[in-house]
Design a protein around this ligand. Sequence first.
Ligand code: HEC
Length: 249
Amino acid sequence: MRIVMKKVCILLLTALLPVSSLAAGGSSVKLEHVEINLNDTHALQNGAKIFVNYCLGCHSAEYMRYNRLTKDLGIPEELVLKDMISSDAKIGDPMNAIMPAEKSADWFGVTPPDLSLTGRLHDAKWLYNYFISFYVDPNSVSGWNNTVFENVAMPHVLADMQGRRAAVFKEVDGKKEFDRFEVLTEGTMSDEEFKSQMKDLTAYLVYMGEPAKLKRVKYGIYVMLFLFLLAGLSWMLKKEYWRDIKSSH
Ligand code: HEC
């Protein structure tokens, strides 16, 4: 009986194994830590600016309406209208990609996915590392590749800022492993500046995935305060009751 149980266990484990190795991403690249702060309105505003200027050409964010930039992030409506909407969209419209989906599918072989919920699909760490890990690859269609997202169809749209880099690989046990980046041409920003911009962009994408989170945190604080007050009152009430009970003995 015990042997049968053992066999069943091994079978189950091996059946689960391929899934767990897929979940790990199969990538040996170390991801850099990133700390984002959804209460940093300035960072979110900056992230929104990068997003509309550099991403909305190809990607939509159809669950995000322009007027949320005003309501949630405090960007004045005139500024959103003047600087952030380049199509004929209105302030209450969702953020749709400027390039039609069929066209971009034609160009890139895949449709650039909608980014409304990408902050939930991927975590902040993955997104941040993806943005900072593009490198020049003459063998790819776009001329670019990415150590975090191998053979990605997206070109490095922020190459002006970061500069162009090559990736150097090494052989470990007969397998190709990423070693380091080498700068080919400098960008307009230092490494530190670029990373700080990518942190803001990441924060914005995470916020977009759950705009209600900003409000929830605020309500959460009120609810906690209320509960504290209630606890204090109940304790005082309990003392009152017990005083009567004790004195009646
Ligand atoms: C020139 C078109 C283009 C632009 C501009 C562009 N992307 Fe992309 N992006 C793509 C394509 C195409 C893919 C799909 C890649 C693939 O599946 O190989 C992609 C994939 C992604 C993914 C991975 C999504 C997933 O879950 O697979 C993220 C995240 C992303 N882009 C973010 C951005 C951000 C942020 C910007 C702006 C800084 C941006 N993109 C600008 C074309 C673009």
